[in-house]
Write a protein that binds this ligand. Structure first.
Ligand code: ARG
Length: 535
């Protein structure tokens, strides 16, 4: 964990003060050590109170005194201790009721922060914690011949952001896209296309047309159950390499990838490694063999399953159905092994996927753990404990979630298109003479959509409200871009490079200090974003 220098100094001085004033108690508890105090330091609610605050009431029982009384004596002693520590004279400890507040000489903090930013430039906030370590991040992973909906948007945006965060933390990062290009639904798609599709289906908005066929398949299959049998046969054809079935499947893939690329370009999202579920077809059997050899795979009513320990409360993981078909989970097991073989010894392998799949990942990770234990692999050869499901919540529109089955998915392209159009209206109102109106509207619109996904903690659902997302005030994408544009204008007007010769002694007003503190916090915030997988 990245340590804040001033926070460390303050924790050291305060811990020394506790030892001096309450030697008996301090000798008997861990709560008053430098480490414990560092952990207990928080940000004061009111920024003008200081840079950090130590809530003293937590020690009232331990020290058998009233918080304000403790704070008063400890403040005096902390200041004495600070004056004898290097750099400590720039800090002051102030007792405010039951809190000890730490204040830093504003001009010094401003000077140090600004000099650090100027000398590091874009490398400001970089950290060596990840040096020599590899971190795999899987994100996006949309499904072929299905629309790129807002659900995959969230994975895409969070994952791409984590990729950048881990990079700044010094990791060597592999961004993975794992599109869903296999499964019985392709049997349905093939049947639907053979029945109702044509060359025209593949022109224009091809994915949308394919989705329409898929939706039609489901509504017609409600009346005519033979369609489901046909679909099963078509999937068998695909599995056994029937040329016509394979050709259709390849076509679905091609038009889908073209659409994905458009989306990724628009969002500025990149990947280092792309492979689909179908690429694991030859990798499942070896894993199943390993599981059988380890005595973990068992026959159950013709199917092959792995039973999980009772205390996990998880259902058995189905490896192979009684008709011989493998499953999504079988492919994920093969994929876990594939990633481990390719990036052996990785530090972390993250799956940025909706929390609805939490049990699926728990099952898969548990099976790998059981396998590695059964095989008695040494710790250095175990991926178990290094894999993690980075969950996130739903995206709702006006309180409703959307599903593909019934064909009411909200398409990402529609969302972005609408954002662009709404922004354009606003620009026409405010700045009708703007020559780049279309381009600007698109950039502001995309920024608004991205920001809406990143500004909510990932576990929470995002409720998408146009008025909020596109507002030019408050915590929104448009406001962020507006602020950035204004800063750029300031720089332009200044007309020179900002160099090391800056007089920071003027940056001591309350507002300037707030900005300085936010900047000074950036490295620590970045590190904790990485630790919590929380852009
Ligand atoms: N394609 C899947 C879906 O859209 C998500 C894949 C998630 N990643 C994984 N390794 N299972 O639901």
């Amino acid at each position: 964990m990245e340590k804040d220098k001033y926070k460390s100094l303050f924790a050291q001085a305060t811990a020394q003060a506790f030892r001096k004033i309450y030697p008996d108690v301090a000798g008997e508890t861990d709560e008053l050590t430098e480490v414990a105090v560092y952990e207990a330091l928080a940000k004061p609610k009111d920024a003008s109170m200081g840079r950090f605050a130590l809530p003293v009431f937590r020690y009232a029982g331990l020290l058998k005194d009233k918080p304000p009384a403790i704070a008063a004596v400890i403040a005096v002693e902390t200041n004495r201790q600070l004056s004898s520590l290097e750099g400590g004279s720039l800090m002051t400890c102030v007792a405010t009721g039951g809190f000890l507040n730490a204040q830093i000489d504003p001009a010094s903090l401003a000077g140090e922060t600004v000099r650090e930013v100027l000398s590091k430039g874009n490398r400001f906030g970089d950290s060596p914690v990840g040096h020599g370590k590899t971190c795999l991040v899987e994100y996006s992973s949309p499904n072929i011949a299905k629309p790129f909906g807002v659900g995959h948007l969230r994975s895409t945006v969070i994952g791409n952001s984590l990729r950048l965060i881990f990079r700044k933390l010094g990791y060597s990062v592999v961004g993975i896209n794992y599109p869903g290009d296999w499964g019985t639904q392709f049997g349905k798609m093939i049947v639907a296309f053979r029945k109702w599709g044509s060359d025209d289906t593949l022109k224009g908005n091809a994915v949308k047309n394919l989705v329409d066929l898929y939706v039609r398949f489901h509504s017609e299959a409600e009346a005519d159950t033979s369609l489901e049998d046909e679909a099963r046969d078509a999937f068998k054809q695909l599995e056994t390499g029937d040329p016509d079935a394979v050709k259709l499947w390849e076509t679905f893939k091609k038009v889908s990838y073209e659409e994905f690329e458009r989306v990724y370009d628009l969002l500025g999202v990149e990947f280092d490694w792309v492979y689909g579920e179908a690429d694991l077809n030859d990798r499942m059997e070896p894993v199943i063999e390993r599981l059988s050899k380890a005595g973990l795979a068992e026959e159950s009513q013709g199917a092959l399953v792995v039973h999980l320990p009772e205390e996990t409360n998880l259902p058995p993981l189905l490896l192979r159905k009684s008709d011989g078909a493998t499953l999504y989970a079988t492919r994920d097991l093969a994929g876990l092994v594939y990633r481990w073989e390719k990036y052996h010894g990785f530090d972390q392998s993250l799956y940025v996927v909706n929390s609805a799949q939490a049990d699926h990942f728990r099952q898969c990770f548990m099976v790998i753990d059981m396998l590695e234990k059964a095989e008695k692999r040494p710790g250095s050869d175990r991926m178990s404990g290094r894999t993690r499901h980075v969950e996130f919540g739903w995206v709702r529109f006006g309180g409703k979630t959307m599903s593909t089955r019934r064909g009411n998915t909200v398409l990402l392209e529609d969302v972005i298109g609408q954002a662009r159009d709404l922004v354009k209206e606003k620009i026409k109102e405010k700045n009708p003479a703007l020559p780049t109106i279309d381009e600007t509207a698109l950039h502001v619109g995309v920024g608004a959509v991205l920001f809406s996904q990143l500004s909510v903690r990932r576990q929470k659902d995002v409720d998408f409200q146009w008025e909020e997302v596109l507002s030019f005030e408050g915590e929104t994408g448009p406001y962020l871009q507006y602020t950035h544009a204004r800063l750029c204008a300031l720089m332009r007007r200044f007309g020179k490079d900002i160099t090391g010769e800056v007089d920071c002694s003027v940056l001591v007003g309350a507002e300037e200090q707030r900005v300085i503190e936010l900047i000074a916090d950036f490295p620590v915030v970045l590190a904790s974003a990485g630790e919590q997988y929380e852009p």
